[in-house]
Structure formats: structure tokens, C-alpha cells
Design a protein around this ligand. Structure first.
Ligand SMILES: Cc1cc2nc3c(=O)[nH]c(=O)nc-3n(C[C@H](O)[C@H](O)[C@H](O)COP(=O)(O)O)c2cc1C
Length: 260
């Protein structure tokens, strides 16, 4: 990319951010002090976890019953990024606990009775979807999956050994393909935009950030190695997952696996 092109791209990114700021006219309106959701937004909020169309069966995880207990302080003090993964496969139940505790239904842990999730989200729209590339998970065929929150299971998107693709085409750091799984955090910008307009952009990034930190902390508790990376090829990944890259787009990748 030439310098002028790079400058144009930087200006665009700046415009993008500016577009997510409050418009001066909005700040003057008394209506912003009221909660006044449209019918369509209310429907989205009541809808619950998003269901991704797929004909495949769901591989359900077992209940999250005896996930290792650790105090928050212990998890915080153990949390770190590690890029050293062993060849040992990640147990299926561990992957289920990681996904469920990070961004699953609150009712699956403890006694919560509502439909809330384990990560907060703007407008309770749960904009952060989790996709999984299983590279080395015990009892799961290698391939791409979507984490179905309602069913607490994996819905198959495409089976196959994607390790070569990950190291050559997808990630800028090939060592991360030694992980047991890659978790792709996708932002449902379309859902957020219907309520927040251009501000959806920043809220979607924040929603994904909350899920990412939960993943880090749960990995610390489950003794899994983890590293987030923003170094991936957007088009390559969005296309593989069937996302349009605009209304739905991957914003962060987390590599997780058994530690060395
Ligand atoms: C949004 C985000 C993007 C990151 N991208 C990368 C990356 O591309 N490659 C990498 O090795 N680590 C990446 N990291 C991990 C950081 O390098 C790491 O969190 C930082 O060095 C602090 O280390 P710690 O997590 O062990 O405390 C990323 C972390 C975050 C939160």
C-alpha cells in the first residue's frame, strides 16, 4: 500500500470512529433520557440467543457441573497470554465449560432463572457470536463450528483439517495453529445497528472485549493456554464462516489449548 493510500485508509478509520460518536442534535433531545425502544428492537431483545441456520445436528456438551472452582483473584493473577501449546488434545468437556462459562446462558451456572448471559452486552442484544475451529479437541471432528448458546453445543459448519489454511492463509502468527482450537468472536453489527445506528461499531467491539476477557479468565481457571490475536485476514475468515464482513464480522481470534 502506498503512503497516500495508507493515509486515506487511516482517514476512513477516523471517519468510522467519528460516525459512532453522538450527533450534536441527539444530545439536545430530551428523548435520549427516556428508554423508548421500537417494536423491532424490543423483539430483538426478547429473541434470546441467535440461531444460526444449519442443517447439521448439534454436538451437545455435558452440563457444566463440576468446573474447577477458583477465586476471581486467583484467576486474575494466573491470567496471561501464552503461545506455547502442547500436542495434548483439549477434552470436549473443557471446551464446553470454556464456551459456556465465557458467553453461555447464566442459567447453566448456579441457580439463575433468567435468560441472561455470562457476559454483559449492549442493550442485552448479545452481539458477540462464537465460532470454533476445532484443530485438536478430543471427540470432535476437525472443522468449523458455531457455538449454539441455547443448546450449549456445537453446530457444524464445515468439516476438514484446516491447519495448513490457518498457518498459510489465515493467521499472521503460524505458531498459533498448534492450539487445540481457535475461537472466533464475531460481532453481529446488523443487530446492534438496528438499535444504535453507527454507534453499533464501538459497542460491538466492547461486547467482544468482555467475552474475550471472560475467555482469558476461564482459561486461567481451567489451566488452558490462551492468546488473543487481531492478526488475521478478515476476508479469508469471514468468507469461510459465511459472514458478510459488514453486518457480521469476526473482530478477534483466540487460540486456546493445553499448555506445554
Ligand atoms: C485485542 C488484542 C489483540 C492481541 N493481538 C495479539 C497478537 O496479534 N499476537 C499476539 O501474540 N498477542 C496478541 N495479544 C496478546 C497481547 O500481546 C498480550 O495480552 C499482552 O502482551 C499482555 O500480556 P498478558 O496477556 O500475558 O498480560 C492481543 C491481545 C489483545 C487483548
Amino acid at each position: 500500500m502506498r503512503i497516500t493510500e495508507r493515509k486515506m485508509a487511516a482517514d476512513l478509520a477516523c471517519d468510522y470512529h467519528t460516525a459512532s460518536c453522538n450527533s450534536p442534535w441527539l444530545l439536545r433531545l430530551p428523548v435520549i433520557r427516556q428508554v423508548n425502544y421500537s417494536e423491532q428492537v424490543q423483539e430483538l431483545m426478547d429473541e434470546g440467543p441467535r440461531k444460526i441456520d444449519s442443517t447439521s445436528d448439534i454436538k451437545e456438551f455435558q452440563k457444566i457441573t463440576d468446573a474447577p472452582a477458583m477465586t476471581l483473584v486467583q484467576a486474575l493473577s494466573r491470567r496471561r497470554s501464552s503461545r506455547d501449546f502442547s500436542a495434548k488434545p483439549v477434552a470436549l468437556q473443557k471446551l464446553g465449560e470454556l464456551l459456556g462459562l465465557s458467553n453461555g446462558l447464566r442459567s447453566r451456572v448456579g441457580n439463575a432463572l433468567d435468560g441472561g448471559r455470562n457476559a454483559p452486552s449492549a442493550g442485552s442484544l448479545c452481539s458477540c457470536e462464537m465460532y470454533v475451529l476445532a484443530l485438536n479437541i478430543e471427540g470432535v471432528e476437525r472443522g468449523l463450528y458455531h457455538y449454539d448458546v441455547g443448546a450449549h453445543g456445537l453446530k457444524q459448519i464445515k468439516l476438514g483439517d484446516f491447519k495448513e489454511w490457518v498457518s498459510r492463509m489465515l493467521l499472521l502468527q503460524s505458531e498459533l495453529c498448534q492450539a487445540g482450537a481457535l475461537i472466533f468472536l464475531a460481532s453481529d453489527q446488523g443487530r446492534l445497528r438496528s438499535k444504535y445506528g453507527p454507534r453499533a461499531y464501538r459497542l460491538g467491539l466492547l461486547d467482544a472485549g468482555h467475552v474475550s476477557e471472560n475467555i482469558y479468565l476461564v482459561c486461567a481457571a481451567l489451566d488452558l493456554a490462551v492468546t488473543a490475536t487481531g492478526g488475521f485476514i478478515d476476508d479469508e475468515l469471514n468468507t469461510a464462516l459465511g459472514l458478510d464482513g459488514v453486518d457480521d464480522c469476526v473482530v478477534l481470534v483466540l487460540a486456546v489449548g493445553e499448555p506445554l
